[in-house]
Design a protein around this ligand. Structure first.
Ligand code: ADP
Length: 789
């Protein structure tokens, strides 16, 4: 059954109410239920109590009239359709009521049943429709609003989270950015709508290749992406972004789009880094200090407290000037380090000595590392100290012991120098005087004794020389000369020197030089002399009869170099196989009987070997017991391509002709009384006239007054030594007196001594104790060269 329509009639005229009643009843029977109110207030009252489907409202009521009546009713019950009744004269009010929301208006007096009925039904239906429509509209509006809010929220969220999004249309190759992404890239909104390449160009150059490859790879494999990379903003600031993206493919699986978000994680990244750092620092055994850019300490770790004795609270109270005044004492440039780190923004490492709270000294190696802020300037400085006290102590200890070692080497050297001087001077006298004594009348026994003294003296000299050379080798102080010399002269001086020994033993001594070898060479003739002398000395010593041969052969040569093989062979006692390998070792001899029988120290071969090897050569020996021995050594020597000047070392000339120096005026400069007597005696034997000067100064004075043919000059003297005196004569005296030949007499025989003499301007030198023959031939050579004789 159909529901009845409930109608509220608000009408004060009972006639009109009845009329409406009748019309409606006539037309649709009892389909309607009526309620009536004769004033607006009563009507509104009823509306509050009951539900109605429609209101028929007379606008002219006892308590309200006109449009106002409608307004009040509509306001009270906007959900019920209202049909207004107006008088004949007042249709406009009806129209206006409809504009305000009335469903219809009827003019009293012209109402008919049919119209009234239709108006009521239409009003109800239309109102329902309107209601539904307005509800829908409202819902739609709400939804739109929600959407707008959502979008705004998303924008805000992006802004807050610093997440921007992008959309890359792979097919069209365009990239669009969200507002926040523009901000993240430091661009103005909308400034950038471009292709993949210009997007890639904004990536940090160091990350560009990686990002490009990663994205291209992901698009091919249709894989999502999740990685971090850096970008460079137009103002050159670097930011770190976290990218998450996915690829969208078409139905055939071809990539058509890539969408992604980028989150600016720069601060977070730095924070994480700092957290990691702090964590590491806290756990570190090293001392870690974090200071602000002015050097003010903000934090220290346990390691620092352990090292320095100061804890964080103390540091924070002392702070100002802590590093300078309390902690650190010996880093002169500490302040500059801070300045440098602020300006350069690079880590600095330095070592420094410090004092802990209880005054203990300790050393650290410090690395200052700047922590850069957003704008790229130094915000914090991290100082990491490693305790290097132990290392420093060891270094110091090492340094000290090195110094001591150096010192002791020096002392040893000085000792050797002094000793050799002290021994040589009296030895000079012994050898010299025995020499003189031998030339006097002696009976046979006396001659034997003196011979014995002379041989012992000479042997002693060899030993002293060996020990001296050996100590120089050991202390690494051996220097080899590179001077011009003649090979033939070295050979002849050796034979001249050893011929008497050989003759005495009836041994034939011979020497041969390969005719292909040029005579003028560059090298150290003294050392070469020493080596050969040693080998020949041994050969004569260990040979009873037969011969000793010295020879040199050319092995190879270049334009300016020669390789020579020197050999010394004898027909002596030979060396057993087992001993062959040890004879070159220092202090070693082939048999324990050797010393007793032949003398020697076992140093000769060790020295020869060193002298050869230090010049780049090598030595070897072939021998069998009783079948003699052959020592061979190779040496490389330079050719002297411009021969002309050689220091006078010819010791073999004119030894026989002892009259050659007759009437020569010689100035003997010598402070040692024994040497004075000795030299004077020798010179008088040669019929020279000798004037004595006790030192350089006296010598100069004497030379000023008198001319001399030759000056024999000692080196070590009081007042003015030989070198000084020579320099003075060579530079301060007028010609030709300044050119007076000077022969040095040195007792040192140390490396450098001879160069010093030559450098001072001496013509040649002889070392004490001297062989009179050598002195004689040297003097002859000098004078010949000077054309004095
Ligand atoms: P020293 O001759 O002072 O003993 P060296 O070092 O010169 O010391 O020689 C070491 C040892 O080698 C000698 O003691 C000797 O036993 C042996 N020796 C050296 N040269 C010869 C040689 N020509 N013939 C035999 N033995 C030699």
């Amino acid at each position: 059954m159909e529901e009845k329509i409930k109608i509220l009639i608000i009408e004060d005229n009972p006639g009109d109410v009845r009329l409406i009643n009748v019309y409606l009843k006539d037309y649709s029977g009892d389909n309607y239920i009526f309620s009536v109110a004769d004033s607006l207030s009563k009507g509104l009252n009823l509306l509050s109590q009951e539900e109605f489907d429609v209101i028929i409202l007379d606008l002219t009521l006892p308590d309200s009239s006109g449009l106002d009546t409608f307004k009040r009713a509509y306001e009270h019950s906007p959900h019920i359709p209202i049909i207004v009744l107006t008088g004949l004269d007042n249709e406009t009010v009806g129209m206006n009521a409809m504009k305000l929301g009335a469903q219809d208006f009827l003019v009293k007096g012209s109402i008919k049943g049919k119209e009234l009925n239709r108006s009521i039904n239409y009003s109800i239906e239309r109102f329902k429709l309107l209601k539904a429509f307005s509800e829908n509209t409202k819902k739609l509006e709400e939804k739109t609003l929600d959407l707008i809010i959502e979008q705004q929220k998303l924008k805000n969220a992006q802004k807050i989270a610093r997440i921007g999004s992008w959309d890359w249309d792979i097919v069209k190759n365009t990239v669009t950015f969200s507002d926040e992404l523009y901000r993240i890239y430091g661009l103005k909104c909308g400034e950038f709508i471009a292709d993949f390449n210009s997007f890639i160009n904004m990536i940090h150059p160091e990350d560009r290749e990686y990002v490009k490859n990663t994205i291209e790879d992901a698009t091919q494999k249709l894989q999502p992406l999740n990685f971090k990379h850096r970008i460079v903003r137009p103002n050159n600031r670097v930011r770190i972004l976290h990218t998450i993206s996915q690829v969208i493919a078409d139905k055939d699986g071809r990539p058509i789009r890539m969408q992604g978000t980028e989150q600016d994680v720069t601060e977070q990244f730095h924070k994480e880094e700092l957290e990691k750092l702090v964590l590491a620092a806290t756990q570190s055994y090293n001392s870690v200090v974090i200071a602000d850019s002015t050097g003010k300490i903000e934090w220290v770790n346990q390691g620092f407290t352990k090292l320095t004795g100061y804890d964080l609270d103390e540091i924070l109270t002392i702070n100002e000037g802590f590093l300078k005044n309390v902690h650190n004492t010996e880093v002169p440039g500490q302040n500059d380090f801070f300045k440098l780190i602020i300006s350069e923004k690079k880590p600095i490492t330095y070592e420094s000595k410090n004092f802990s709270k209880n005054g203990d000294e300790y050393w650290v190696i410090t690395t200052l590392t700047p922590v850069l802020g957003k704008r790229g300037d130094v915000e914090k400085i991290i100082a990491i100290d490693s305790d290097i006290t132990l290392r420093k102590k060891i270094e110091e200890e090492l340094h000290r012991s090195n110094k001591i070692a150096e010192e002791s080497i020096k002392v040893k050297e000085q000792f050797m120098t002094n000793m050799s001087h002290e021994i040589r001077t009296p030895m000079n006298a012994i050898v010299g005087f025995t020499d003189l004594l031998l030339k006097t009348k002696l009976d046979i026994e006396q001659k034997q004794f003196i011979d014995a003294i002379q041989i012992s003296g000479k042997n002693l000299l060899v030993i002293i020389n060996d020990i001296l050379t050996f100590s120089k080798i050991k202390s690494g102080k051996l220097i080899f000369e590179q001077i011009n010399f003649r090979l033939s002269q070295v050979f002849s001086s050796i034979t001249a020197l050893l011929l008497p020994n050989a003759k005495e033993k009836n041994i034939h001594l011979s020497s041969t030089i390969d005719s292909n070898i040029p005579d003028h060479l560059i090298g150290d003739p003294l050392r070469l002399n020493q080596i050969i002398l040693n080998l020949v000395g041994n050969a004569i010593k260990f040979t009873k009869q037969g011969e000793v041969k010295i020879s040199v052969e050319l092995i190879s040569q270049t334009d300016d170099m020669l390789e020579l093989a020197f050999s010394v062979s004898d027909t002596g006692i030979g060396i057993s196989k087992e001993k062959l390998s040890v004879i070159f070792e220092e202090f070693s001899q082939a048999s324990s009987q050797t010393t007793r029988k032949y003398g020697g120290t076992g140093l000769g071969l060790a020295i020869a070997k060193q002298l050869i090897e230090q010049q780049g050569g090598n030595i070897s020996v072939e021998s069998e017991i009783d079948k003699g021995a052959k020592f061979t050594f190779n040496l490389k020597l330079k050719k002297n391509l411009n021969p002309g000047f050689e220091t006078v070392k010819d010791v073999s000339c004119g030894v026989e002709d002892l009259e050659g120096l007759k009437d020569l005026k010689i100035l003997l400069v010598e402070d040692n009384l024994l040497n004075q007597i000795l030299a004077k005696k020798i010179l008088s034997n040669w019929k020279c006239s000798t004037t004595l000067a006790e030192n350089g100064l006296i010598a100069i004075k004497k030379l000023e007054k008198e001319d001399f043919d030759l000056i024999i000059m000692d080196i070590q003297m009081p007042e003015m030594d030989g070198n000084e005196a020579t320099k003075y004569i060579r530079t301060k005296f007028p010609s030709p007196k300044c050119n007076t030949p000077i022969l040095a007499m040195t007792a040192h025989a140390l490396a450098g001594e001879e160069e010093k003499c030559i450098h001072a301007g001496m013509n040649d030198y002889i070392s004490k104790p001297f062989d009179t023959n050598v002195v004689y031939s040297k003097i002859m050579a000098i004078l010949k060269k000077n054309n004095s004789i």
